[in-house]
Design a protein around this ligand. Sequence first.
Ligand code: F6P
Length: 548
Amino acid sequence: MADTPTRSPLTSTSAWQALASHQPRMAELHLREIFADDPDRGERMVVQAGDLHVDFAKHRATTETLELLVRLAEERDVAGRLHALFTGEHVNTTEDRPALHTALRRRRDDRLEVDGVDVVTQVHEVLDRLSAFASRVRSGEWTGSTGRPIRHVVNIGIGGSDLGPAMAATALRNWVRDDLDLRFVSNVDGDDLVWALRHVDPETTLFIVASKSFTTLETLTNARHAKAWLHERLGSETQVERHFVALSTNAEAVSAFGIDTENMFGFWDWVGGRYSLDSAIGLSLMIGIGPTAFGELLEGFRRIDDHVREAPLAENASVLMALLNLWYRNFLGASTQAVLPYSDVLARFPAYLQQLEMESNGKRVTVDGQPVDHHTGSIVWGEPGTNGQHAFYQLLHQGTSMVPCDLIGFAEPTDQSLVSEHHDLLTANMLAQAEALAFGRTAEEVEASGVAPSLVPHRTFPGNVPSTTILAPRLTPSVLGQLVALYEHKVAAQGFLWGINSFDQWGVELGKQLATTIASEIADGTDGDHDSSTTALLRRYRAMRGEL
Ligand code: F6P
């Protein structure tokens, strides 16, 4: 956060000033008192968005707080900015293009002209090609070069070209056909590729090289080695084209890599990597779960798009999530937020949201290039419950940092064969944790329970940790799409509130440039021009490899 002589457009709004005046009282107010003063909030402070029942009651926000936050959204024209997002205005200002991921799930008969082109028609043309290809793989009509059907699908990609399909393939593993094995390789650490190819039959393996730019070091390195691996095992004459397809916006680079552009599925520069699960980047998932279930995923996204477009700000789940996160980030000192899915299959969801939120809103200048005078994106982290309860929840309950939490649960397990005892216990834990975080246990209550006086401070829970609980009937493809869209729009709304560009990611460039320089120095055996620490580490690395 840099010093600025004048207030930014955000902090000079009257709502921001009013929130600042409101803050001291709220910083002191406990959720116990908030509930005592407003006993019906549990029934009232919920929003139904599609199948998602989103409970906002356990937030450190009174009716007045929410009114002020909504006023802030009005003053920042969040509704207008969301409309601009949905209609294809160039909201990604530094790259002068739209962020039109919502077009990826529009109905076939919809029309949306952007810069003179109907993008919905383009989207459905690619979706049709993807569906046809996925169906051919699933039916066995598309075979490997020796005529055997595909059984292993290895997605090679990183960041947005990995996290979405990898997260969804785990979340929807009960929908993935048993005879299809989906694998994901992302890291330039060779261990990743080697492990992914263990026990994989090259004759029945399809590699999907997923890269929007098709210039990403990790992906191209892995893809090159995958090709060599295939040649080694099937012979240099093998028809590689039966085993490699590409997902990209860069046909030239795909072709230069040696993949026939007939076997390339495209998307557009207006699809950001972290917003691309529902584009061609979802091909591995589509092969696994089938085009029909993939269509249900898209329908889920669309339901939340409709909610976000139509609901007033005060009843808009994504906007409320954004506003409450801003409240904690900018007024109550929170620097992180935890995402705690009470669902084992959502194990990768926090990692997925890390990229979505942190790459989008980890920004320090406004869209006009002015330094912000307030904090922006917070650190997102989390693990599924109940595992996390036995690991890091201690800090949530008794540590010194306040961490707002999102708890995500379902009325039914994804695998219906599970005994219901498991699921009721899982849900009981989720509800218990949200209750314990909010209300804690006072010293008086601990004393009254007969605990030795010396232990009372150790066994006291301050509470007042806010949370959102999201409850849905069952984690289906549609509900997964709804969850992802809910967070996509939360992130966008937050960026609009903060006045930053949530759709670029220049911050990842410097490290990439330096790595390229250091990689050539390692190859050449030169020291380059670095600080003393980097130079010493480089030399130590060479020494450890026996190269000095
Ligand atoms: O380096 C960050 C990033 O550009 C992400 O935004 C993106 O999702 C990832 O790299 C992968 O990029 P690509 O799909 O172009 O390989």
